[in-house]
Write a protein that binds this ligand. Structure first.
Ligand code: SF4
Length: 328
């Protein structure tokens, strides 16, 4: 690991000023950044410790819903009784990720900003447009088992690795962001992460000096919540495919169907066409198969990850069957 300066931010304004400096990186739990620094994938000149900012606590907001502070650990979110009661999908998604030790350190804000686990990204002697723009993409025609099948580009086919954000996308949560000029803004989680396009090193909409302050969960809605993660072993593994779903059935018809997917793209994947297709229809296997067709109509595999397309299809159909009670 290369040497670096350490600064501890005392206030949000101070943190914004420090993080806006060239070569500065914010650190909270450090569960991803420190690993990448040891591998020399990340080589910040200064790390700005924001872990002691007053961005903790889970509070109720006007009109229902919860504000989860950016420094709240994944463990504290997952075990919060209000989260477990009203947003069980979020609790399950968090508990499906990483290990207990990592969840005890990982924060809400940091989890949203975690970086891909592409093998070529973490090996500095390999080509990777995300780490070293213009060097090429080793994963295309290479080891691509974990890689994306939706929203890829000829520059990058990496996946966003997290679980929490997939549930937040299905819940239509919002990210609150503080800017160094004292202003703040809010971005739906569904729009927070970026597709790779020609700039795969840009992974989210945060601008220089901006810091996530909280995540807002909307007021709870009716329906059954499911988070299903398919992975190669039962713990401490990233999703090959994951599905987060809130589905409500009333009078024999689907009244709500909010879905998001992990393991398929450079961001938690949300396709509003699925809700349009499903809502108002009677739930059955033929409808679920149509939803899978729609989800995957533009899917492109890279050899090793071809299995993800039928796996995503089967997983979506199974989740819809479970969520609607149409289990065969
Ligand atoms: Fe780098 Fe993206 Fe290609 Fe992986 S898929 S090697 S992260 S450019």
């Amino acid at each position: 690991m290369r040497s670096f300066d350490y600064q501890r931010a005392g206030t949000l304004e101070h943190a914004g000023q420090l993080v806006a400096e060239d070569g500065a990186k914010a650190i909270a739990g450090g569960t991803n950044l420190l690993d990448l620094m040891k591998l020399q994938v990340e080589t910040p000149e200064t790390i700005v410790d924001i872990s002691r900012l007053a961005l903790d606590g889970i509070d109720e907001v006007d009109g229902g819903g919860l504000r989860i502070g950016a420094m709240v650990t994944n463990t504290d979110t997952a075990v919060d009784p209000r989260v477990r009661a009203d947003y069980p999908m979020l609790s399950r998604a968090i508990l499906a990720g990483a290990t207990q030790q990592l969840r005890n350190r990982a924060t809400t804000g940091g989890n949203l900003c975690q970086r891909t686990r592409c093998y070529y990204f973490t090996k500095t002697d390999q080509p990777c447009n995300k780490r070293d723009p213009g060097s090429g993409c080793g994963a295309i025609d290479g080891v691509a088992r974990l890689h994306a099948v939706l929203g890829t580009s000829d520059q990058c086919i990496a996946t966003y690795p997290g679980d929490m954000a997939v549930a937040l996308a299905a819940l239509d949560a919002t990210v609150d962001i503080a800017s160094p000029n004292g202003r703040s803004r809010s971005v739906p989680v569904r729009n927070f992460h970026c597709l790779p396009g020609d700039t795969p090193w840009i992974e989210n909409v945060l601008e220089r000096g901006e810091i996530i302050t909280s995540v807002i969960l909307p007021a709870p809605v009716g329906g059954r919540q499911v988070y299903r993660k398919v992975r190669e072993r039962s713990s401490y593994a990233f999703a090959m495919v994951s599905v987060a779903a809130i589905v409500d059935v009333a009078n024999g018809r689907i009244a709500r169907a909010d879905l998001a997917f992990g393991g398929l793209a450079h961001k938690p994947w949300h396709d509003p066409r699925l809700s349009d297709l499903l809502v108002g229809k009677a739930p059955d296997r033929a409808l679920f198969a149509k939803a899978a067709d729609l989800l995957l109509e533009d899917a492109v595999s890279q050899g090793e990850n071809a299995f993800k397309i039928p796996l995503a299809r089967r997983t979506l159909i199974a989740v819809l069957a479970q969520a609607t009670g149409e289990v065969s």
